[in-house]
Design a protein around this ligand. Structure first.
Ligand SMILES: [Zn+2]
Length: 194
């Protein structure tokens, strides 16, 4: 199967318009800009099934785990900074333990730190090896895409997500789901804005 056969043309995820213009090339992909709302997105993009399958590739597990382990020392200060901002933004006076979901939690490093800071932590990661880490650290883990997890409304006080939305095939749908499962008055914490 050729690379071209694994690609599909898509409409704008934000406004559903099919009208776009060429923006630029990046890492072999074509970025286009929606003429209606201005969203810049990859088009054509890899088919969703190929993306999900690539995350399940066990052959890559060892390499990825090593990469994550090497990143921990570098990631720690920034992860702690994020946790402190969340603590400052949401008063800890009203509840002892806030329920936090890390969407696309990778090796659960952020959640391990958050757990030490008394958050009630949950992860979501579709890469298979994450469940072994979750078991080791006794952290609850969702292993399907968010839309398939059937999480009840108003379940979480905080949703954290780092370097995930650019990989999603339906970011608007995932944001809607985040809105549904967040408690009213809770925060979606997009870290690039922190
Ligand atoms: Zn648009």
């Amino acid at each position: 199967m050729t690379v071209k056969q694994n690609l599909e043309f898509i409409k704008c995820n934000l406004c559903n318009s099919n009208s776009y213009k060429f923006e630029r090339k990046l890492n072999g992909f074509t970025l286009v800009k929606c003429k209606n709302c201005g969203l810049v997105y990859v088009n054509p993009r890899p088919k969703p099934t190929n993306i999900v399958e690539s995350y399940k590739n066990e052959k890559e597990t060892e390499k990825i785990m090593k990469w994550y382990k090497n990143q921990e020392a570098n990631k720690k200060p920034d992860n702690l900074r994020r946790i402190n901002i969340i603590k400052e933004e949401i008063s800890f006076k009203c509840k002892k333990s806030l329920k936090l979901l890390d969407l696309g939690c990778g090796d659960l490093f952020f959640l391990r730190l958050a757990k030490k800071e008394n958050f009630d932590v949950f992860g979501l990661e579709i890469r298979k090896w994450a469940k072994h880490i979750a078991r080791r650290y006794n952290i609850s883990l969702y292993t399907k895409p968010l839309e398939e997890c059937n999480i009840k409304e108003n379940s979480f006080d905080v949703i954290h997500s780092d370097s995930v939305f650019e990989h999603l095939t339906n970011p608007k749908g995932v944001l809607k789901e985040c809105y549904k499962i967040l408690r009213r008055g809770a925060n979606y914490d997009k870290c690039s804005k922190l």
